[in-house]
Design a protein around this ligand. Structure first.
Ligand code: NDP
Length: 448
């Protein structure tokens, strides 16, 4: 074992002890540290001044009680989180997730990933993430509003245009951002547009923000395909999930000539051999907020699947867009056996470490989430730019900016991988390119 390897494994072992019971956080850190060994062998000064230990320790971690009253008059108590991970290159920026599985370890993994993702966008945004174990499923609109108001009553003291700018994630869309913004505005007694992103168009939102993560994923994948002499034209594509990221990934993939042959939610998956009726999917999911079975009942030729896995289908391209660790090693092997050549992540860390190993061994070109799904946060930063200049850009202009950002991310990631002797390994490229900018800023700013 080289000196650097021993040093990194020592950091990691200490991190495991200090952050017990947080497997997702361990997984996210392990992947990044694995890539950083390569940088440290070449540029050992990045290990100076406790840089790696500081990078893995959030600047601030907030946990708070969120009490609210349900429609039956009962008091419910949830737990709120905001992890402000790193602000070396800009104010903390990252979404809020409302899902019963949320705990501190999940928010820390998401906040850690966000540091590198935000750095890759080339825009001045630091990394943070937050949320709650609140389950919005089955809750009335009034309950969602009361929960959001209580959540913001605590969160508002910790955020601000120059401090920390939350946005949406799983379970937090335009409706929730509206309630959160309303309560912030009331408590702060000012209309501070730049405090949240994903806002409605009438009150400081940006065109393309709703579409941005899914479209950005399709643009990134298009670059990856082009690099390998391919295109979306005629390709069979699986997109898991049917939330914000999945819907707009499906829309753009089909516009670019691919056929989306399956999508899912947590209740089932749906086979769509002739492609997805995007207008119907939006109506079912965004307007009526129903399960995927409703889509199948209304779209002839689509089939509801309650058994097996969405990854059992043969496809050319797989785009996991639901949640973390939704694609394991065995499923990655099935994808490879069935001829899949490209995987790009719309969700955060949807592939397990074993799945990524399979992609490497089987020659699957792989775009990791921190690069491939950065279009959402990049467009959030464009929303912040529009808020700061009291301006509103056109759809075409904003979409072009998003497209250019995703193409730049791909080029930067591919170039960095090559520079460090791992051509085509976009995991290593993304981790190193994202790291260097933040690390240089942290070194310049001293030990804080
Ligand atoms: P949504 O809440 O809009 O949709 C999430 C989708 O994933 C739903 O179809 C949901 O099904 C499914 N899903 C969620 N959790 C599970 C689970 N445990 N098992 C199976 N299916 C599940 O969220 P988004 O589309 O915004 O987010 C999806 C992923 O993309 C997340 O990993 C998020 O962190 C990531 N991401 C989101 C960005 C954004 O801009 N929104 C930006 C970058 C990354 P069901 O409705 O049945 O729960």
């Amino acid at each position: 074992m080289s000196n650097i390897e021993a040093q990194v494994s020592d950091y990691y072992n200490k991190l495991l002890l200090r952050n017990a019971g947080e497997p997702e956080f361990h997984q996210a850190v392990a992947e990044v540290l694995d890539s950083l060994k390569i940088v440290l062998e070449k540029d050992p000064h990045y290990a100076d001044y406790g840089l790696i230990q500081r990078l893995c320790e959030p600047e601030r971690q907030l946990m708070f009680r969120v009490p609210w009253v349900d429609d039956q008059g009962e008091v419910q108590v949830n737990r709120g989180f905001r992890v402000q991970f790193n602000s070396a290159i800009g104010p903390y920026k990252g979404g809020l997730r409302f899902h019963p599985s949320v705990n501190l370890g999940i928010i820390k993994f998401l906040g850690f990933e966000q540091i590198f993702k935000n750095s890759l966008t080339g825009l001045p945004i630091g990394g943070g993430k937050g949320g709650s174990d609140f389950d919005p499923k089955g809750r009335s609109d009034a309950e969602i509003m009361r929960f959001c108001q209580s959540f913001m009553t605590e969160l508002h003291r910790h955020i601000g245009e120059y401090r920390d700018v939350p946005a949406g994630d799983i379970g937090v869309g335009g409706r929730e951002i509206g309630y959160l913004f309303g309560q912030y505005r009331r408590l702060a007694n000012q209309h501070e547009s730049g405090v949240l992103t994903g806002k409605g168009l009438a009150w400081g939102g940006s065109l393309v923000r709703t579409e941005a993560t899914g479209y950005g994923l399709a643009y990134f994948t298009k670059e990856m395909l082009t690099e390998h002499g391919e295109s979306f034209e005629g390709k069979k594509v699986i997109v898991s999930g049917s939330g914000n990221v999945a819907i707009y990934a499906i829309e753009k993939v089909q516009e670019l000539g691919g056929t989306v042959i399956a999508f899912s939610d947590s209740s089932a998956w749906v086979e769509t051999p002739n492609g997805v009726d995007v207008a119907k999917l939006k109506e079912v999911k965004e307007v009526r907020r129903e399960r995927v079975a409703a889509y199948v009942n209304e779209v002839p030729g689509s089939k509801l699947r309650l058994e097996g896995s969405i990854w059992d289908l043969a496809c050319d391209i797989a785009l996991p867009c639901a949640t973390q660790n939704e694609l394991n090693g065995a499923q990655a092997t099935t994808l490879a056996d069935n001829g899949c050549k490209f995987v790009a992540e719309g969700a955060n860390m949807p592939s397990t470490a074993e799945a990524i190993e399979v992609y490497r061994e089987r020659g699957i070109h792989f775009g990791p989430g921190k690069a491939a799904n950065a279009g959402g946060v990049a467009t959030s930063a464009l929303e912040m730019q529009q808020n700061a200049s009291r301006d509103a850009w056109s759809f075409e202009y904003t979409d072009q900016r998003l497209h250019d950002i995703m193409a730049n991310i791909f080029r930067n990631v591919a170039k960095t991988a090559k520079e460090y002797g791992h051509e085509g390994d976009y995991v290593i490229g993304a981790n190193i390119a994202g790291f260097k900018k933040v690390a240089d800023a942290m070194l310049a700013q001293g030990v804080i």
